[in-house]
Structure formats: C-alpha cells, structure tokens
Design a protein around this ligand. Structure first.
Ligand code: NI
Length: 388
C-alpha cells in the first residue's frame, strides 16, 4: 500500500492530539502541558526522550540499524496572545491564547511521524525529533542551540515545515535559498531643544527633524540597494509632543526592517545610521539610532532543498510541488538552526486562506486534511536521507 494511504489510518488519532493541543494553547516557554503530551507520547512509542532542552523543548531519539548518519526534524509548539474567534468544539479554552499559526498541527504531525517510524523503522541511522518552544518572537531555537542541541544530538542536517494557507492541501513549496525574511527593529530618538511654539528660533524642533527623517529613510530601500534584492523598511511609530503651543524637547520614531540576505540587512542598517547622522547634523539635533537584529533570514541550503523537493514530489506528485515561489517577508526562528546546520524549511499546503483562515488571524485553524501529507513527508524524508 502507498505510504500516504497507510498513514490515513492514523489521521483520526493525530487529529485528536492536534485538537487537544489547539484547545489548550500555551505561550512561549510556557509549553509545559504541550511538552508533557509530547514526552509522554514519545516514551509510549519506546523512543528515548529528553526534556527541558531550551527550557520547555523536547527531543526524541530513534535509532535503527548501524548507520552513523543522523537527521533532525523540527516542530514548534507555542501559541499566540490572540483571542480566538472560532466556535468549533476544539476552540481555545484559554482566554487570550490561541494556536493561530498551526504549531498545534506541526507538533501533532511530528508525533505522527515518530509513531510511524517507530512502528516501521526501515531506515539506517538516527532520527532526532526536535520539539521546540517559543517560535513566536521569543527565540526558542537559539535557546535550544545554547543548551547544546547540536552537541548532544549531532545531526547531519535539520528540516522544518510550516503549514501555508493559500497553498492547496496536498501541495508543498520548496525554496532553494531564502524562504523567510529577517525581522529587525529600530528606535530613533531625536533630541532637539524645547521652545515656545511662537518662538521656534529659540529651540531646535525635533518634530520637523523627525518628519524629514521619516522621508529620508525611505531613500534607503529605494536608492541604496539593488532593486531586484527585496527589502522593506516600515516606520510604524512616531511619538512627539502633547501641547499645541510647545515645540517638544524630543521625538521618537520606531519601525521594522525585513530582508532576505544578511548583506542587505547590514547595508540597510549602515545606510540608516548615515541618514540619521546626516539629518541630525542638518537640523542641529542629536539623533540616537538603535538597531536591533531579530530573527535572521531563513535560508535553505540548496542540496538539501533539492533533496526535499524530490521527497515532496514522491509524496504529493510532481505537479503538486512548487519550486522557488516568492518567499515570505514574515520571519521564522528556524533560521538559527540553518545558521548551524544544512537543511531546509518547506511550506505545506493548508488549503485556501478563506474566512480569515490565514496565519495569526483569530479565525485561523490548522487543516487536519494536511496531516497525512505532512506525516508522509517526514517519514519519506527520513527513509531517503537514512537510506539503508
Ligand atoms: Ni508559525
């Protein structure tokens, strides 16, 4: 029987786990209940289980044969601070908490793959099932790395997946290179000199300097980098003053930068620094520029991405695999794993993003019909990577 058909027999069981996790969402580094379910399931399957890695992370180890090769498969476990607006029975039971990114599905599918591989260990080597905490902004991946993930569980490569609304169920998208952007933040403080609004010559106006800065910073993306190399610079905050007749002493600007290449990220940061200093000098204001790197760009390694594309074609059929569609300006902390190891992060079709079923929307839900495809992808990836 075809693997996909065999795995359909497990779908109800995996769906039940998925919906239970969905109903009990936990935020970053608070995934105690979820990690408990993961550890218990792994142990029940006879899989060596390690807990407390990167705080609430869990790693399962499954060996077969005598091979020395090893592969890491990663799922994220955390939810978001969103009030769910769905009313199906498995809706969130915790106010203000919701699995609005499908990490419930990722966790359940990796448990499904662990069960299938434990049942039929037809591979030669070691599989590490990596259940990470805190993907949503808090950096669970670097926390696991700092806790010795790759020393304790030495793997040749690591692989991840994310459900993707808008991509049909049974389809997979693979990027040979950047798949998600970096997510950096900046704060700019413009220190002028407060004055009476009717006597501007007695002060240094931080509002005018700030307004100029907002415009001048738009030249960074449009004028300093290759137009074919994508980046976004969005200014999302501008705070200054609170009276009609006072030129305030200072103003604050904040925003985010997204790019797909570390070189571009550095170019944008350096250019912003220059523009801030120049505008500050032009107005006689003191401009303090604070740029903070967030998640780096998620960049798949090409040989592993091509390997994954072949596995995806085997699972979904050649015509259901997209190679190199447009990457996303969203960010993903799987990027940190890819800074340490070769690997690939793919998108798994979640069906049409209708009725608010888009990532981080209060009407989102993971599509349980995608479960057999996700599990078959993991199992086939292991069988081909650790080919006996
Ligand atoms: Ni996510």
């Amino acid at each position: 029987m075809h693997l996909l058909e065999t795995l359909r027999a497990d779908q109800a069981d995996i769906t039940a786990i998925r919906r239970d996790i969905h109903a009990h969402p936990e935020l970053a580094f608070e995934e105690h209940r979820t990690a408990g379910i993961v550890a218990e399931r792994l142990r029940t399957l006879g899989i060596e289980t390690h807990t407390g890695i990167g705080k609430t992370g869990v790693v399962g180890v499954l060996r077969a044969g005598t091979g020395s090769r090893a592969i890491g498969l990663r799922a994220d476990m955390d939810a978001l601070p969103i009030q769910e607006k769905n009313d199906f029975t498995h809706h969130s039971k915790i106010p203000g908490r919701m699995h609005a990114c499908g990490h419930d599905g990722h966790t359940a599918m990796l448990l499904g793959a662990a069960a299938a591989l434990a049942r039929s260990p037809d591979f030669d080597g070691t599989v590490y099932f990596v259940f990470q905490p805190a993907e949503e902004g808090e950096g669970g991946a670097p926390e696991m790395i700092a806790d010795g993930l790759f020393e304790r569980f030495p793997m040749d490569a690591i692989f991840g997946l994310h459900n993707w609304p808008g991509l049909p169920v049974g389809h997979i998208a693979v990027h040979r290179g950047p798949v998600m952007a970096c997510a950096d933040r900046f704060d700019i403080e413009i220190k002028g000199h407060g004055a009476h609004a009717a006597m501007p010559h007695q002060g240094i106006d931080p509002v005018l300097a700030g307004a100029t800065l907002v415009q001048a910073l738009q030249s960074v993306v449009s004028r300093t980098k290759d137009p074919l190399d994508a980046a976004v610079l969005s200014i999302t905050q501008f705070h200054a003053g609170d009276a009609y007749n006072v030129i305030p002493d200072s103003a604050r600007i904040g925003g985010t930068v997204r790019a797909f290449r570390p070189e571009t990220e550095s170019l944008v940061e350096d250019s912003m620094q220059r523009v801030c200093a120049g505008v500050g000098a032009a107005f006689g204001a003191n401009v303090r520029f604070d740029y903070r790197r967030g998640y780096p760009p998620t960049i798949n390694t090409v040989p592993e991405a091509e390997f994954c594309a072949r596995v995806a074609a085997e699972v979904c059929g050649e015509g259901h695999v997209q190679i190199d569609p447009k990457p996303s300006m969203g960010a993903e902390d799987f990027a940190y794993f890819l800074q340490e190891k070769p690997g690939c992060y793919i998108w798994l079709g979640n069906g049409p993003g209708e009725g608010g079923c888009t990532l981080h929307n209060p009407h989102y839900d993971f599509n349980d019909e995608a479960i057999p495809y996700g599990v078959a992808y993991w199992v086939t990836l292991v069988q081909r990577w650790l080919n006996p």
